[in-house]
Every structure is written in C-alpha cells, then in structure tokens.
Design a binder for this molecule. Structure first.
Ligand code: GLU
Length: 552
C-alpha cells in the first residue's frame, strides 16, 4: 500500500513509530509483565503466572522490573471493577508490581499507559507505519464473505485454512480501489501482510520447552479491528516492545501463536523477547469413556478461582508454596530448609519447571498448608485466623471477638500437638466444641464401644463431677480420674489389663473416653485437661451434667 492509504486510514495519527521509540527508551535490566484481561475472578493459573513473573523479576536483582498490564481490548468481555479485582487479589497474595495499572483508572510507571484501551493511538501509529511500508493493508471482507471463504476451504479440503495467499482477497487490491472504498466509508480491519511461505517450518525457542519446530506464520492476521482497537496479538507485540519486556512468561495456550508473534516482531523491526510458556494446572475427569486430563476450569471447578482459597482460609503463603511446588521439583527441598524465607527468595530456574501440566492435588495443598500453619506462632495464627473470620466466618468471628483471650489461649491446645488445621475454615469443623458458641455435645450418637459400660458410665461420671476441681493441674486432675477408675474396677495400668481383661470392667482409657465424649462429643481430641481449661469451669461441668441427663 502507500502513504496515501495510510494517511486516509489514520489522519489523526501524528506521532511516528520513532517518536514512541524515543518516548520509551530501552531499559537496563530484565523486564517481565503479567497481562491479564479483566474479565472476572482470577483463575488460579493467572495467579501462578503472576507469581512466576514476579519471582523472575526478583531473581534478576535490582534492575528487574515487573509490570501489570491490563489487556482490555475485548470490550464486550470487560467486567466492572475488573482491574480492582485483579489488583486486590494479587495484593492479597503479596504479589506487588514495580509499574502498571494501580487502580481502575490510575497507573504508575514511565512506560504507560498500562491499559490497552488507553493505548489505541499507539497501536494505530504502528499499524500506520506498517501500511506505509506495504506490510499491512485494509481488508473490507464482510463476516459473510469470510464464512464463505471458510466453507470453500472446507470443500476443497485445504490443508491450511484462513486468510492468506490466494484466499486473501483484499491483499492485492490496488491503491485506487482501496482509496475509493475508504472514501465510501466502507468498514475495514487492518491485516498484516505475512511474508511466510506455506509448508516452511522454523525452530522457535521457549525457555521451558526448548526448541520447538513449527510452521512459520503465513496468515494475514488482523492487527486492528474495525473499532480501531488492536487484536491481542498485535497489542502484545507493540506493548512488549515499547514496555521493553525482555521475557514473556505466559500460559501455554499461546504457544501456537509464537510463529505469528515472532513474524510481527520481525516485521516491525523489533527484537524478539524470550518466551516461556507455563504449563496449565490440570484435573482428572471421570466420564463414561474412562478418565482424562483437562485444564482446571473456572466454570466447573471451584478450586480454579483464586477467591476460593481466600474464602476457605488457606494461608496465602501455603497457596503460593503449593503453586511453586507443583511447577518446580527444586522448590519443596528449598522450602523445607528455608521455612521462614520469603517465597520471592527462591532461585527459580524456569528451565526446570515442568512441561506436562501438573495435576491439582488437594492432599498436597492441605499437607503444605498444615505444615505452614504448624510453623506459624500462636500469635500469628491468632492474627491471621481472626482477620479471616471477620470477612468469611461470622460465627467464628463472634466467638473470637467476644473472647479474644480465651481464643488466644486455645490455640496452643491444638496447634502444638496436631497437624490437622490446613485452613481457617477447619477450625469450626474440627473444633466445634471449642469455637462454636452454640455447640452442645449430645447430638453425636453414642459410640458403640460405650455399650458394654452403660451401667458404669453414670457412676463414673457422677464421681468425676463430685471430685472435679477446676483448679487442679493436669496431674492432679488425672490422678482423680485414676482413683475413680480404680474404684469401679477399671484398670489403671494398661499392661495388666491387656493380659487379663476379664479381671476388669474396662480400663482407664475407657474412663477417659467417657469424660472426653461428654465434654467434646469426640473420642479423639487434643489434651482433655487443656480443652477443659479453654472451656472454663462452668461449661466443662455443664457438659458432663448434660451428658448424664442424656443417659438417664
Ligand atoms: N491477556 C492474555 C491472557 O489473559 C495475556 C497473554 C500474555 O501474557 O501475553 O491470556
């Protein structure tokens, strides 16, 4: 095409590609970016991509830059407050940017604007430049014409489908015809004029996957849509060049686009960045034909949404640990040696991250989270769970806010001896008898193991209540339990009992279990004396009394 066509298409564009080159000078160090589209709740895969980018920038030292670019050129799919949602989510996971969108309309950094919808003129300047050089052209084909073209390609069984070569009707329109159509106000998109040759393959390099041989691009891809906004492909190339991105780390759904992107970079005379395509997180799905792997889907899997982890109360750190764990075999041993280190100190080696998408594994996540919670101090557990409960668990929050000291005292009871809390929502599930103010033991069915003792339980517990003194320490308290056991011919020592069970009505373990069940509705709890001292004298007594009434 020509300058005349370029001028007619973009009369309002006065800045040249060179102006932008000057405006955004090359950087000294590494620059990476996270480039989400604000189309809804963030996917866990997006959080993973952001985390890896952030680690990569940190690994590059002082000069490493990490930026947040908002890819909002698909206006139909935008969500109100989508940008705030992204920023808040990343913030909650301690992922911070050096530059980028900082609010619904604000930016920070010298390479902005960082929102594609605010960069319309920049893309148009580069599209204009390509049209001037006959490397891009306006295409007037209508939707119907494009559908007809696809149908013909189907009918001919064309190996390669799409808009290219002989199929690209507008590619070789002469200048006069183009100018005339533009004068008539015909709608058009702008397409690049691919210089690729069908059937020619080329080797592209990916940091994670190594060399990949693919057919070079031959499609005359659309670079500007009829609304003047760029396609993702063109915007990515222009933005990553002008923002001076050195490494593009993104989801592997874009691998197939590498030939197109590389051709665009080359056509524009830009250096091509390094690419790293991250494997997705997968899930096993059972169906009639068997089991297959698929990507975690926002629509089908609650765990695909980042908010899910916040709502369940997984510690942020555990979720981040989990994500790196599934991607890099080197992470777990590193973490075990550096439990207190910031995740951002992990020396990430992208070449060692997995190529096959890892399966999402709740057991693994829960294990990591349990270890993380066990590693926190009781004060940290108190602060984190309290803050979580305020937003997500009104019942637990009501308890904590009414009895903060009791809550703080209760934490060591389970925290120091058990590895069972993986997320704050487990607290009410596992310890309703401690934290649910409405909890009344009694709804749980009596354990079968109690059947043989029905005649003794009221006597044992009656004596227990009579001798109960809240001031007793653990030894004194248990001493009394032993005495009661002896009185009713329950073995106090397990050795003799195991040898001659017929000589006894039961053992001290049975007696403890009756008290335990009366107080907690469970047969397995942390140290019972400690539990009693969290509940307080009145409640601890009341529960045993209520249990006795139930048996009566
Ligand atoms: N907006 C694209 C996405 O959300 C970003 C891809 C990229 O990082 O280049 O998938």
């Amino acid at each position: 095409m020509s300058k005349a066509v370029a001028e007619k298409l973009f009369p309002h564009i006065t800045k040249t590609d060179q102006d932008y080159e000057t405006l955004y000078p090359p950087r000294e160090g590494v620059c990476v970016r996270f480039a989400p589209s604000p189309t809804g709740f963030m996917h866990i895969g997006g959080l993973y991509t952001a985390l890896v980018n952030s680690l990569f920038a940190k690994g590059a030292g002082e000069q490493g830059a990490f930026l947040l670019r908002i890819e909002d050129t698909d206006q139909k799919r935008q969500l109100e407050n989508g940008v705030t949602e992204i920023i808040q989510t990343l913030d909650a996971f301690d992922i911070h940017f050096d530059e980028g969108a900082s609010g619904e309309t604000s930016d920070k950094g010298a390479y902005g604007p960082y929102r594609q919808s605010h960069r319309r003129e920049i893309y148009q300047a580069f599209a204009k430049h390509l049209v001037e050089q006959d490397l891009a052209y306006p295409c007037f084909c209508t939707e119907e014409e494009l559908t007809a073209l696809r149908d013909r390609q189907e009918a001919e069984n064309a190996l390669q489908k799409g808009y290219f070569g002989k199929w690209a009707r507008c590619r070789d329109l002469d200048e006069a015809a183009v100018l005339e159509k533009l004068d008539q106000g015909q709608r058009c998109v702008i397409r690049m004029k691919s210089r690729g040759t069908e059937g020619t393959s080329r080797v592209y390099h990916d940091i994670i996957r190594g060399d990949i041989s693919m057919q070079e691009n031959i499609l005359d891809a659309v670079i500007l849509k009829s609304d003047g906004l760029p396609t993702y492909h063109f915007a990515h190339v222009v933005d990553d060049h002008l923002m001076r991105t050195t490494d593009v780390i993104r989801a592997d759904e874009w691998i197939a686009s590498i030939p197109l992107h590389v051709e665009m970079f080359e056509m524009l005379g830009f250096p091509v960045p390094h690419y790293a395509h991250l494997s997705p997180i997968m899930k096993l799905e059972e169906h009639e034909g068997g089991v297959s792997r698929r990507k975690l889907s926002k629509r089908k899997d609650p765990e695909a949404r980042v908010r899910y982890y916040e709502e369940a109360g997984y510690p942020i750190q555990a979720v981040l640990d989990y994500l790196l764990n599934i991607s890099s075999a080197a992470y777990e041993p590193w973490r075990e040696e550096h439990m207190d280190a910031s995740i951002f100190d992990f020396p990430l080696d992208l070449t060692k991250t997995g190529v096959a998408g890892a399966l999402f594994d709740f057991d693994k996540l829960n294990n990591i989270a349990r270890k993380r919670i066990a590693h926190l101090s009781c004060q940290e557990v108190f602060d984190l769970s309290r803050a979580w409960a305020k937003t997500y668990a009104p019942k637990l929050s009501a308890f904590i806010e009414a009895h903060p000291e009791t809550y703080l005292r209760s934490i060591p009871v389970w925290h120091d001896s058990r590895l069972d809390v993986a997320r704050w929502s487990d607290l009410l599930e596992l310890y309703p008898y401690l934290y649910d103010q409405e909890y009344r033991p009694g709804s749980e069915p009596l354990p079968e193991s109690f059947d043989a003792h029905r005649a003794f339980i009221p006597k044992l517990l009656g004596d227990y209540l009579e001798t109960f003194d809240y001031a007793d320490d653990s030894n004194a308290w248990f001493g009394k339990v032993r005495e009661i056991a002896s009185k009713y011919q329950y073995a106090v020592k397990m050795g003799p009992y195991k040898k001659h069970p017929e000589d006894y009505n039961g053992s001290i373990a049975d007696v403890s279990s009756f008290i335990r069940f009366a107080v907690t509705g469970r047969l397995n709890t942390p140290d019972l004396h400690a539990v009693i001292h969290v509940l307080g004298e009145e409640e601890a007594r009341r529960r045993v009394e209520a249990f006795l009434q139930r048996l009566a």
